[in-house]
Structure formats: C-alpha cells, structure tokens
Design a binder for this molecule. Structure first.
Ligand SMILES: [Zn+2]
Length: 315
C-alpha cells in the first residue's frame, strides 16, 4: 500500500497526544479484555420498555436473541443465555458496533443513527478487515452486529478451548472500534425479524455474509499479535503511510505505520490507544482503575455525555 491522501479532514478533532509511550490505557484495557477468562452470562444492558403497538398487524416477537453457540437457539435472552462453561460449540463471532460509542466527527469510522448510513460510512474499513469482510451485517435497532459465521463450527472440548476462543474473539473485536464491554463466546445477537423493545426497530440483515473457516481467526490473531499497530492501522486507515498526518494535519506531514506504533515528525510516536482515542468516545473515568468489571457495572445513562454526542451532524 502506498502513500494515500486522506480525503476526510481528520481522524479526530482532538489531538491524540497523551500516548507517547505506545500502547497504553484503552489499548491496554483491550489487552486485558483478551486475557479475561470468563465474564459469566452476558449483561445485555437492555431495558424493559415494551414496543409501540402496531395496529392491524400481529405483534412481532420482541427482543428475541439468537445464540452464536451450541445449537444456535433463538429466544429471550433469559432463556438462551448460558455461561461460558456450557458452550461446547462455537458457530461464529460477533462484533458489536454502537454508533453511540463513536466520536461524531471522526473521519475513520463515522457513526450514523441510520443503520444503512452507518454501514455505508464504515464499509471500506470492514472490507479491509480480514474477517469482517465476509461477515453478515445485521441492523439491531441501536447499531450493527457484524457476524462472522464459522464453517465448520468450532468444537470446544474443555475449559482451555473455551478460554482460548474467548480470547481470540475479544482480540478480533478489539481490531475495530467496537463496544469494549462486549462479551466474547457468550455473545447473543438479535434474531432477524424481532423487534428491539428500546425503539421498535425491526432487526434485519443489511448485508449477507459468507461463512469462513475458523482457522482464519487463529491466523488473524497471530498477525495482530506480531504487529498490532500495523494490522489495526492498516484496517482503519487503509494505508501504511498517510498524508497529511491524520492527527496533526500538518502541512507536508506524514504518518508512518510501524509494527507497534505510528510516527509523525510533529506528533512523535503514537500507539493504538491514541488511534482509538481519535475514534471512540471517552470512557468514564471510573475505568481508569483498570478493571474491566468497573466498566461492566456501569449503567449507560441516556442523559450522559454520550447521548449528547450520539447524533451525527447532518445537514
Ligand atoms: Zn502528526
């Protein structure tokens, strides 16, 4: 890949200057996600609000989930969710993309409330991703579920297999600006045709996928571990040399992508944390302590700062 001039104005409005030391903070927390063994049943942070009634039509099923594990059961989350220990077959992996967790003005992975517009904006990134390019994309009512289906399914014979695949999935999730609190192998997607009780939106497939050999996940993880910054920046920026530098936008500046960091004459060395900080909305300070559980216990507030950032600017 050669020098590429970004046609977007900038990666983010804020200079990402707080990560001179390389991969820290958010990226480190993401690393811990990879190490996490078991998070128990997925906390799907859903609400109890009933959907708007539709006159003259039979009520569609509400908030049905579909498991990506075992027999792929469909039903209410309370019925089909199981802990990691009971997952013996893995049918796919899910990347949860929530526009509310993205900075509205970022030019790399632009959010949009309309799911089709959101997908259009991030399509190029997904197409560059070695796994997501073959994924089914499902509109969930609040964002997108990127579903990479496996053929054949992965048989998980013991706890070590369960932990290993949970780590592989969390590592994969961390290679795009996805929900950092998403579960790994215990994830549930929303069932096609059901209604999201939060807003009455019907779950639908926006883009069909092609199942992949799960060995590709293992190979992708190896490439990420060998050159984390080069792999992720290549996916997100689409180039190993970006002119002008997307962080400082300096005249004649160039951002060069290396294995473990990127460099610019003005910005110095920037790691994955800086890259993600230019794309993802800030996480609450409670997580500065560094435990994923702190983040997990957080109840998202509709009145919080993220709600204010939620709406992308449109003309
Ligand atoms: Zn720069």
């Amino acid at each position: 890949m050669d020098t590429k001039t970004q046609d977007r104005s900038t990666v983010g409005r804020r200079p990402a200057s707080r990560d001179r030391a390389g991969v820290t903070d958010r990226a480190a927390r993401r690393g811990r996600r990879v190490e996490a063994s078991c998070d128990g049943p997925s906390l799907d942070r859903e609400r109890e609000k009933p959907p708007e009634p539709e006159e003259g039509r039979p009520d569609p099923p509400v908030d049905l989930r579909e498991a990506l594990f075992n027999d792929g059961a469909t039903g209410p989350a309370s019925r089909i969710q199981v802990p990691m220990e009971r997952i013996t077959r893995l049918r796919g992996l899910m990347i949860d993309l929530d526009p509310g967790k993205l900075l509205p003005d970022n030019g790399v992975f632009p959010p949009a409330e309309d799911p089709r517009e959101f997908l259009r904006g991030i399509q190029a990134v997904l197409d560059r991703h070695p796994l997501a390019r073959d994924a089914e994309v499902r509109a969930t009512g609040t964002g997108l579920h990127v579903l990479v289906w496996f053929e054949p399914a992965v048989e998980l014979k013991d706890a070590a297999d369960q932990r290993r695949w949970d780590s592989l999935i969390k590592l994969t999730q961390a290679t795009v600006p996805s929900d950092p609190q998403a579960p790994g192998i215990t994830a549930l997607t929303r069932a096609v045709g059901s209604v999201n009780a939060k807003n009455g939106a019907r779950v639908e497939i926006l883009r069909p996928g092609t199942p992949i050999d799960p060995q590709r996940v293992v190979e992708f993880a190896e490439s990420v571990r060998a050159a984390p910054f080069r792999t992720v920046a290549g996916i997100l920026l689409g180039s190993q040399r970006v002119t002008p530098c997307p962080f400082c936008l300096g005249p004649r500046s160039t951002f060069a992508v290396l294995d473990h960091a990127g460099t610019c004459y003005s910005c110095g060395k920037l790691g994955l944390a800086a890259l993600y900080d230019a794309i993802l909305s800030p996480e609450p300070p409670a997580e500065a302590a560094g435990t994923a559980e702190v983040g997990r216990s957080r109840k998202p507030s509709k009145q919080g700062p993220k709600a204010a950032q939620r709406s992308p600017r449109r003309g």
